[in-house]
Design a protein around this ligand. Structure first.
Ligand SMILES: Cc1cc2nc3c(=O)[nH]c(=O)nc-3n(C[C@H](O)[C@H](O)[C@H](O)COP(=O)(O)OP(=O)(O)OC[C@H]3O[C@@H](n4cnc5c(N)ncnc54)[C@H](O)[C@@H]3O)c2cc1C
Length: 457
């Protein structure tokens, strides 16, 4: 029997496809990692269906890779060993809004922008906001973060409880709806960030926040990336608590100007936002920021960005990656994701900027600067093997330096395929060995997203 006909015995026909088009749609994320076709795509509609598929797959050693929106940037959902892709997009319901407790319980296939639209009716929102309209399952599995993380934390910081289907098909629940939890090993946060390699998330309870009533936003341009980055360090160090603090280099600004009709000075820019407190307190904070910017030689400082323009700025920021793809058509690319303690951020981001210029690479820096996290995007022709090696070497240099400075190879995109080579350097053989043992305990037949996070045979 083929895999498809086996699965037809377990699930209704409309849950399955082995067409070339559906397989191709689930073969590749948004990175430049190579596509690999799954054998079958399954759209489960309940936890029981997920469990039934895993029971079957585990008994036969069939690989199962979860799929949310496919927007990852490290090859995370590419089914590198074929088998089944489980696409969660039909499990996309809000199960309960606990408005009085600032919580929501959701299925994993819900996209976070759709959830936030619904939550806004209750004056609430879930802050982690990766640019792409990701699914909550994918955000949990990658521990996604975004422009608001500097104030509200990453996805991991905002999850209280999960329902998870293990490789065996057993369904477990982790955590609780209490915001304080001190009971036993923290399984919830083990599954978050595990990229679908330890279990599949079928339900999650998340923390929410009231939509801020007041905000103030500004843009500031600087002669150099280093000067802009020094401001980031001072703003954070002064306890000014921005709700967003992003750094874009001159190339990124040029691309955003061209794509979205802005007229920002083509120079390194900071996008800053403060929310929450009353209007007067916000004005005072903005005045303090302006002083810091001036003391670092800012070329222009525009405060008082209005609500509409602020929305347009963030929209443009969130679509910056697509704008880059249009600006560098037909090119392959690598997007670094290193993160370091904020005190080390100015030196490392300046090093990245200077080195990219010296090497003559085409690309830009877009950075969740307030978190010490930077994406250096480098574009190169797909057929230039020598240049590809030089770009990989540049990425490795940045990662190694980030780790030396007490940071990480990936702040938010996850390990996927691209960061595996740095795992031992970052974690050391002892911790890596514990990770391998956890993987073997939870997934002894290595069926869950095999080939990702850890190299296991
Ligand atoms: C333009 C652009 C901008 C981006 N900006 C950011 C950013 O600012 N911050 C950021 O963090 N990321 C960013 N990303 C990367 C990406 O959007 C995030 O990693 C996102 O969390 C992926 O979600 P997804 O739904 O697309 O998941 P997918 O890519 O489909 O899957 C991601 C991983 O989750 C696993 N998975 C999916 N569903 C489940 C489940 N139910 N249970 C267990 N495992 C599951 C998959 O197997 C895979 O390993 C960006 C991507 C793009 C294209």
């Amino acid at each position: 029997m083929t895999l498809l006909s086996d699965l037809q015995q377990i699930l209704p026909a409309d849950r399955l496809s082995a067409t070339q088009a559906d397989r191709a749609q689930h073969s590749k994320d948004q990175s430049a990692h190579h596509a690999v076709l799954p054998d079958v795509v399954v759209w489960p509609e309940s936890t029981a269906e997920v469990s039934a598929v895993l029971k079957y797959a585990n008994a036969r050693g069939v690989p199962v890779t979860a799929w949310g929106a496919g927007s990852s940037l490290e090859g995370n959902p590419i089914p590198v060993r074929g088998g089944i892709v489980l696409d969660f997009t039909r499990m996309n319901r809000i199960l309960a809004i606990h408005a009085a407790d600032f919580q929501v319980t959701v299925q994993p296939g819900l996209f976070y922008k759709d959830m936030n639209r619904e939550l806004a009716k209750h004056g609430l929102f879930f802050p982690p906001d990766p640019g792409a309209n990701a699914s909550l399952g994918g955000m949990l599995a990658n521990n996604a973060a975004g422009t608001r993380t500097v104030k509200y934390g990453a996805t991991r910081d905002n999850v209280l409880a999960l329902e998870v289907v293990l490789a065996s098909g057993e369904v477990i629940r982790t955590g609780s709806r209490s915001v304080k939890q001190s009971s036993g090993y923290d399984l919830t946060h083990l599954f978050v960030g595990s990229e679908g390699t330890l279990g599949l998330i079928t339900e999650a309870t998340l923390k929410l926040y009231p939509l801020p009533e007041h905000f103030s936003a500004a843009t500031a341009a600087f002669p150099t990336v280093k000067q802009a980055a020094d401001v980031v360090y001072e703003v954070i160090g002064a306890g000014l608590e921005p709700s967003a603090l992003e750094l874009l280099d001159a190339t990124a600004v040029e691309i955003i100007n061209a794509a979205s009709g802005f007229n920002l000075p083509v120079a390194p820019n900071l996008f800053l936002e403060f929310t929450g407190a009353g209007a007067t307190a916000l004005e005072e904070r903005m005045a303090a920021v302006a002083d810091i910017c001036r003391s670092h030689g800012c070329l222009s400082f525009r405060a008082g960005v209005g609500r509409d323009e602020r929305a347009r700025l963030w929209e443009a920021r969130h679509h910056a990656f697509e704008a880059h793809l249009r600006y560098f058509p037909g090119q392959d690319y690598i997007v670094t994701d290193f993160a370091v303690p904020i005190s080390q951020y100015p030196a490392l981001v300046a090093y990245a900027s200077d080195t990219m210029a010296q090497l003559g690479f085409k690309g830009s820096i877009i950075s969740h600067a307030g978190d010490g996290n930077a994406h250096v995007a480098v574009f190169y022709p797909p057929d230039d093997a020598a240049l590809y090696e030089r770009v990989q070497d540049f990425n490795a240099r940045l990662v190694r330096r980030a780790i030396e400075l007490g940071g990480t190879s990936t702040g938010e995109h996850g390990v996927g395929l691209g960061k595996q080579k740095f795992m031992e350097l970052e974690h050391g053989p002892g911790a890596l060995n514990v990770m391998r043992q956890i993987k073997r305990l939870l997934d002894p037949n290595n069926i869950l997203n095999p080939g990702k996070v850890l190299a296991l045979e």
